[in-house]
Design a protein. Structure first.
Length: 760
């Protein structure tokens, strides 16, 4: 450290103190005025400001309030910044507007004036720690655009974010090395370990410091040696599973949070141990592969789909891809396909949530030959063989009675089941999630076929939406029943639903109906607009089927599509009832032993197998499971990994690109933002929720104007709901955009043009 530490103050005073002291970046010339001086002698202040040689050009007028930034809270983006200010009159107006944005300015509040940096080639924000967990990841977000507020203002743009354990020498692309040097110097000059920095890069590579403030973290900082040891542990775990031969085909694998069965969507990026263990037991340990095998795909029964790295759930991409290849594909070709598709995903990691729709071809469809033509490195006869197998496989699915068998199996959930909690979960898997997994496969293929019909010009987007709207899906019925049924009858039918299907802490509809529903605002629902294909459209579908070599007729195809989509939603509704009841009984069990729902969320479900009925021993077993889970979850909170893991090298350093979300409907809406998970009222707003979980169905009964989810795909539960009800939505925007849009006051969501803008 050179001399005494430089104290951090307001934005303006901090930059003034650092001017001439830092070597790794430049600081633009500056001046500032406090509110007391502005009120007492505005003209003198303007004369002083305009005496600077740089004041003749374009100016930027920035906030610099006393309470804007501190070590415990950040006011980033809270106040006004005005650009392209020219002349004394515009400067006076701009300063007045910035002071006014403070609400009730204090005498010491300031406004900062600088020459505007006009030759920006990239800009961004850098933090020395991950703000939620306090983990010592350096997090640098930047945009290659000329505007400096793409990152800070939450605007849609091509934003890249680098996470790195910089203390261990990790570095990254673009501006990362230069910004790391700046952060190190600022730490030395100020004596602060936790910093939040805004920067820009001008033409010629000149790094410019725009702001530095203390970083406000939710949690205490994690010591670097402890974090280093933790990452070393994760590296060993990733190396062990990526290097070992697996049940899937090929030598190489990867792990992702969204490629298949979307754990990020269903249980979150950092699920508590109970939710994670339930998801494994009901879906990813055995059920997923049994369902695929029943539908004619490669046999991976006995292979777990999900791996956990310090509690972070990841899907085994090699197992997933192998399981999506029909059994009729010869082993050699299937192996090479798996290797090619895994490699393709690693080349295009931004497609981690679109594995099957953009990379893997698992059914023929009406456009599949075009996708198969994109296969590289395969002989023409191999491509023809794959097409033949896919055609036979798809034709068999279209004509099979499998989905009707699944619905009969789901009906078994209504006829009761065993009494014990673990036995009830087994019954739920056999009669609930297993047929649901099969119906989900049929629904995925059905949605692909619908998209094919739109792409071929047989249906319009509106006709597709009306087709789905006329299927009698759960949410449409929920909305109509909410308008007509007595509250007790409504809750008897839908009360088991909860946001976070696997989360014991999430209250059911019938446990807090006033939170979910405004009974005074009920209104009659218009019957859904239905759609019946014309004879000409049926004829065109028939021609497309003939071209694809599929022998199922047009009506059979539409029956398959409708039954798959409707059956998937019904099966999910029914199995979630059993799971929800199990969670209620588990909570009551915990209460009898003195444990809350929050306590139990840390215990894995397998602890139930240790209970004997002896109160003392059972309490001790639960207490031990809860304590072990808490300790493990503390580790989970401190680890951040990329959406796609290709190997141990991705653990300490990785770069995230902007997500490629799915836009739903052709509508546009401008409305306020409601961060639903934070407790905002969703009525008339664009509702933002982290996942596309079916427990959020209640939002549609509250008259939301639009919907944004952090995770989920175009075939997810909430996407289908939005299409059915005509609500403009953006599904799966990713964590970066979701955070920025959640902080906005209002959004302009234009689904047709695939664009979202923050409304100032």
């Amino acid at each position: 450290m050179r001399g005494d530490p430089i104290p951090l103050g307001t934005k303006a005073r901090t930059l003034a103190r650092l001017t001439g002291r830092i070597r790794t970046a430049g600081i633009l010339p500056l001046d500032f005025v406090d509110h007391a001086t502005w009120q007492a002698s505005r003209r003198d202040a303007l004369r002083r400001l305009y005496a600077h040689p740089w004041a003749d050009g374009a100016l930027i007028v920035r906030s610099s309030a006393l309470g804007e930034d501190s070590a415990t809270a950040s006011g980033a983006g809270q106040y006004l910044t005005l650009t392209r200010v020219h002349g004394a009159h515009e400067l006076e107006v701009a300063v007045e507007k910035v002071f006014a944005s403070y609400g009730d300015p204090r005498p010491g509040d300031e406004v900062l004036i600088q020459p505007e940096l006009l030759d920006v080639v990239r800009s961004g924000v850098a933090c020395t720690h991950e703000t939620t967990s306090g983990a010592p990841y350096t997090v640098i977000s930047w945009s290659e655009e000329a505007d400096t507020d793409v990152v800070t203002g939450g605007r849609e743009g091509d934003v890249r974010t680098w996470y790195g354990a910089a203390y261990s020498g990790a570095t990254g692309p673009g501006p990362v090395p230069e910004v790391l040097a700046l952060l190190a110097e600022l730490r030395g000059l100020t004596g602060h370990r936790r910093l939040d920095v805004e920067f820009a890069v001008a033409t010629g590579g000149r790094l410019v410091l725009l702001q530095v403030r203390p970083l406000a973290c939710v949690s205490d900082a994690v010591p670097e040696p402890a974090h280093d040891a933790l990452l070393h542990r994760v590296e060993r775990a990733v190396e062990a599973v990526t290097a070992a031969p697996g049940a899937g085909l090929g030598e190489r694998t990867a792990y992702g949070i969204m490629p298949d069965w979307n754990p990020a969507e269903m249980i979150g990026l950092r699920p508590r141990p109970l939710a994670l263990s339930l998801y494994r037991r009901l879906i990813t340990d055995q059920v997923w592969a049994r369902a695929r095998h029943r539908y004619g795909y490669r046999d991976l029964r006995g292979t777990p789909l999900l791996a956990s790295f310090c509690g972070l759930p990841y899907i085994d991409v090699r197992a997933s891809v192998s399981s999506l290849i029909p059994r009729g594909v010869p082993d050699g070709l299937a192996t090479r396909l798996t290797e090619a598709w895994v490699a393709r995903l690693l080349e295009r990691p931004e497609l981690h949530d679109k594995l099957e729709s953009r990379i893997v071809v698992s059914s023929l469809g009406l456009r599949a030959p075009g996708r198969l033509a994109g296969l590289r490195g395969f002989a023409p006869e191999e491509v023809r063989l794959l097409e033949t197998v896919l055609r036979r496989h798809t034709d068999e699915l279209l004509k099979s009675p499998l989905w009707t068998d699944e619905l009969r199996r789901v009906a078994g959930l209504r006829s009761g089941g065993p009494a014990g909690l673990l036995a009830r979960l087994g019954h739920c898997a056999e009669h609930g999630t297993l047929p649901f997994a099969g119906l989900a496969r049929a629904a995925f293929i059905g949605n692909e076929l619908l998209d094919d019909l739109v792409a071929e010009g047989v249906f319009t987007e509106d006709e597709k939406a009306r087709f789905i709207g006329g299927l009698g899906l759960v949410t449409g019925k929920l909305n109509r029943d909410f308008a007509t049924l007595a509250p007790t009858d409504f809750l008897a039918r839908y009360g088991h639903l909860r946001p976070g299907t696997y989360d014991i802490r999430s209250l059911r509809y019938d446990e807090d109906p006033a939170h979910y529903f405004d009974w005074s605002a009920r209104r009659a629902e218009e019957p859904p607009a239905t759609f019946t294909p014309s004879r000409a459209q049926l004829g065109r579908i028939g021609a497309l089927l003939d071209r694809a070599g599929l022998t199922a007729g047009p009506r059979r195809l539409l029956e398959f599509v409708g039954s798959g989509i409707r059956g998937r939603e019904l099966a999910k509704f029914e199995f979630s009832r059993v799971l929800s009841d199990v969670l209620v009984d588990l909570r009551r069990l915990g209460e009898r032993h003195g444990f809350s729902a929050d306590d139990l969320s840390f215990a894995e479900i397998g602890v139930l197998g240790e209970l004997t009925g002896d109160a003392g021993r059972d309490r001790a077993a639960l207490a031990a499971a809860i304590e072990q889970g808490r300790l493990r979850y503390e580790v989970t909170r401190r680890v951040t990994l990329p959406p796609l893991l290709g190997g141990p090298a991705d653990v300490r350093s990785f770069t995230l690109s902007s997500a490629q979300p799915s836009y739903v409907t052709q509508a546009r809406v401008r409305a306020k933002v409601a961060d639903v998970d934070a407790g905002d009222r969703p009525d008339g707003a664009i509702a933002l929720v982290s996942s596309a979980d079916p427990g959020y169905d209640w939002l549609f009964a509250r008259g939301i104007a639009g919907l944004v989810t952090a995770y989920g795909g175009v075939n997810s539960h909430m996407a289908i709901r939005a299409i059915e009800l005509g609500v403009p939505a953006v599904i799966g925007v990713g964590e970066q955009l979701f955070r920025r849009w959640s902080a906005a006051t209002a959004l302009d969501l234009d689904a047709a043009n695939r664009h979202v803008a923050v409304i100032p």
